[in-house]
Each structure stands twice: as structure tokens, then as C-alpha cells.
Design a binder for this molecule. Structure first.
Ligand SMILES: NC(=O)c1ccc[n+]([C@@H]2O[C@H](COP(=O)([O-])OP(=O)(O)OC[C@H]3O[C@@H](n4cnc5c(N)ncnc54)[C@H](OP(=O)(O)O)[C@@H]3O)[C@@H](O)[C@H]2O)c1
Length: 326
């Protein structure tokens, strides 16, 4: 088969398209012939050696995707050849070969059926970001209708958080650089969109909320704006820390946490077990069904143009960037 391999840690641009041995389904596994694979910033972090995982090299990246079952390993009873299957978060693309290949062996427990009424494109890159958004919204316990501020609002996790938040009745503030994506972010359910580079963004949030405050920040970017995000929180306010696309937080005064009992908590989608992932995925689909929201696809690149797809991802997409494998 053809596969994109990472020959050494260093840069996502060192990926090479090569001939690679076909995978074989071991016990409890199936082999999928990939149709579409989804890109995630974590693929780049892993390639750059900034991720805890150190898979054997050469490594095939790619954690998300949809494909057709072509081989069923011993002990697998719920999947058969020709079934369409979507991966949920597992070690695929992390510590074992991933989806940027014509075929991939996957633990059957990490597969779900494409949701009814979704296209294969909508199904292909959704699971990782919606499971992440779900954890970010729910890790503090049941969230009654609240004010939720989402940074990196146009990205995979941002779009997922807005759609789930909208379906759950939250008041939503999206943060996005520039003005080009404002309308689309509002169409997803955001009530207000602010720009992290606008020095007056906190004033705009105050004016919009009146005497209410932000209850939860879902932060995908970190960086210099982090301290300002804390300022917008009310009593018992919380931050779910998902990502750090804007880099490290340069300065942080822990005193800003004292008086409002602010809590900051990391999100790690990889801590969901396979059983939890499948269960949470059902909740995600049911929640989205309330409003009819579907995953948003930014752009689909042909298989031989994966490096360009990663370029697109680094520019700030709107929704998911996908690779058409077949
Ligand atoms: N903790 C976990 O379990 C987990 C799981 C999934 C993802 N993540 C992490 O969460 C982050 C978001 O993932 P994603 O899939 O949503 O990424 P994405 O699809 O690349 O989108 C992120 C969005 O953030 C904004 N952004 C990008 N670079 C930025 C910068 N330098 N400064 C400010 N804003 C920037 C862009 O929005 P605008 O152009 O609209 O500003 C972009 O659309 C990544 O760091 C990813 O690794 C963590």
C-alpha cells in the first residue's frame, strides 16, 4: 500500500509518501481501507517531538478517519467485511500506525458506525474534536445553561464546542482572529464574536453580558490572552485548557485565581477509554441531533497533497481539514 511516513522527529514537512507493507488484523482488530482521514494539530506536535508519544520510526500519523472494513481479525464479532467504520480516539496514529495510509489496522473497540444522515465527509474527522469539546464542557460536572467563551472558535474543537454548547442552551462567545469568520461563527450559535488582537475585547464582552460574567472558558490557544480570559470569569469561573496554539502563557499572576475561586483544568481526550469514547460519541450525536448541527468541513485535499493540507491547518481553518485517501 501507499502511506505517508514520518522518517524522523523534527518537522511535519519531512513526511514522505512511500510503499509500505499492508497491515494485518490481529486479535480484536480489523483492517480498514481508508476513504478519508482527518488532520489534527497533534499530528504536527508529534512530528516535532513535542508530544509525549514516541512511536517507532518510520511512523504513520493520522488519528481520525472513515474507511471500509476489508479484513476482520480473530475475536471480532460486530464488524464484517464491507462495513463502513469511523475511528474514535485510540492509539492509532499515536503509538501505532495511523490513518494517512491506504490501509490501517484498528482495534475494533475503537470503531463506531457513521451517524445516520451524515455524509462520509461529515463523519470522517469529527470524533476526536467532538469528544474533546464534550470533555471540555462536562469535566466540571453538569453545566446548567451558562456563559461559555470559546477561543480558537473556528477550528475543529472550537466549532464542535460551539455546536454542542448551542444545542445545550449556553450563551456563547467565540474568539477568532480578524473579522473574516465572524458571520460563520455566529451561524454556529455564537452570540458574540471577539478578536484576541482587539485591545477592547474585554469591554465588548462586559457590554454584551451586562451584570453576568463568563462561567467557563474553553481555551484552545493559550498564549498572551490567557490572563485576560481569566479576567472575564465570574465567581467559581472555570477554564478547560484544551490547546496552546498561540504558544506558552508569557506571564501569569496566580493571585488572579484567589478571590473568585477560579479553577483551571486540563483536557485530555486520550484519557477516555475505548468504552467511554463510544459512549460519549453517542451523547455527542444525540446532542447535535437536537439542533440538526453537522460537523463542518473546511477543505479536502487529495492523498498526494498531505503537506499542503497541513499548511492549511496551520493557517487557521474553518472546521476540519481532510485528506481523501481513496
Ligand atoms: N487536550 C486535548 O485532548 C486536545 C484534543 C484535541 C485538540 N487539542 C489541541 O487543541 C488545539 C485546537 O485544536 P483544533 O483541532 O481546534 O485546531 P485547529 O483546527 O487548527 O483550529 C484552531 C483555531 O485556533 C485559532 N488559532 C490558530 N493559531 C492561532 C494562533 N497562533 N493564535 C491564536 N489563535 C490561533 C484559529 O482560529 P482563528 O483563525 O479563527 O483565530 C484556528 O482555526 C490544538 O492545540 C490541539 O492540539 C487538544
Amino acid at each position: 500500500m501507499k502511506a505517508w511516513v514520518l522518517p524522523q522527529f523534527g518537522s511535519i514537512q519531512s513526511l514522505k509518501l512511500v510503499d509500505y507493507p499492508d497491515p494485518i488484523a490481529g486479535p480484536g482488530e480489523v483492517v480498514l481501507e481508508m476513504t478519508l482521514a482527518g488532520l489534527n494539530p497533534a499530528d504536527r506536535y508529534l512530528a516535532e517531538g513535542q508530544y509525549p508519544a514516541r512511536p517507532t520510526l518510520p511512523h504513520i500519523l493520522g488519528r481520525d478517519g472513515i474507511g471500509t472494513v476489508v479484513q476482520v481479525g480473530p475475536g471480532v464479532h460486530h464488524w464484517k467485511v464491507e462495513d463502513q467504520a469511523v475511528l474514535v480516539r485510540s492509539e492509532v496514529g499515536v503509538n501505532r500506525p495511523g490513518t494517512f495510509a491506504e490501509k490501517v489496522a484498528v482495534p475494533a473497540e475503537s470503531l463506531v458506525r457513521p451517524p445516520e444522515g451524515w455524509t462520509i465527509e461529515q463523519s470522517a474527522g469529527a470524533t476526536l474534536v467532538y469528544l474533546t469539546a464534550w470533555q471540555a464542557l462536562t469535566q466540571w460536572g453538569k453545566l446548567d445553561p451558562s456563559v461559555v467563551l470559546v477561543t480558537g472558535a473556528s477550528g475543529g474543537v472550537g466549532v464542535a464546542t460551539l455546536q454542542l454548547g448551542h444545542a445545550s442552551g449556553h450563551t456563547l462567545i467565540g474568539m477568532s482572529r480578524g473579522s473574516s469568520k465572524v458571520k460563520k461563527i455566529k451561524d454556529l450559535g455564537a452570540d458574540l464574536v471577539v478578536d484576541p488582537h482587539d485591545t477592547q475585547w474585554r469591554r465588548r464582552v462586559r457590554e454584551f453580558l451586562g451584570n453576568r460574567k463568563v462561567d467557563l472558558v474553553v481555551d484552545n490557544i493559550g498564549g498572551p490572552v490567557f490572563g485576560e480570559l481569566i479576567d472575564t470569569l465570574g465567581m467559581w469561573g472555570k477554564v478547560s485548557v484544551v490547546g496552546r496554539l498561540a504558544g506558552p502563557v508569557p506571564q501569569f499572576n496566580t493571585a488572579s485565581l484567589f478571590f473568585r475561586r477560579i479553577r483551571i483544568g486540563g483536557v485530555a481526550v486520550g484519557t477516555y477509554t475505548a468504552d467511554e469514547s463510544r459512549e460519549v460519541w453517542q451523547h455527542v450525536v444525540q446532542t447535535l441531533n437536537r439542533t440538526g448541527a453537522k460537523p463542518v468541513v473546511d477543505e479536502i485535499y487529495p492523498f498526494d497533497r498531505l503537506p499542503e493540507a497541513f499548511e492549511r491547518l496551520s493557517q487557521g481553518p474553518f472546521g476540519k481539514v481532510l485528506l481523501r485517501v481513496r
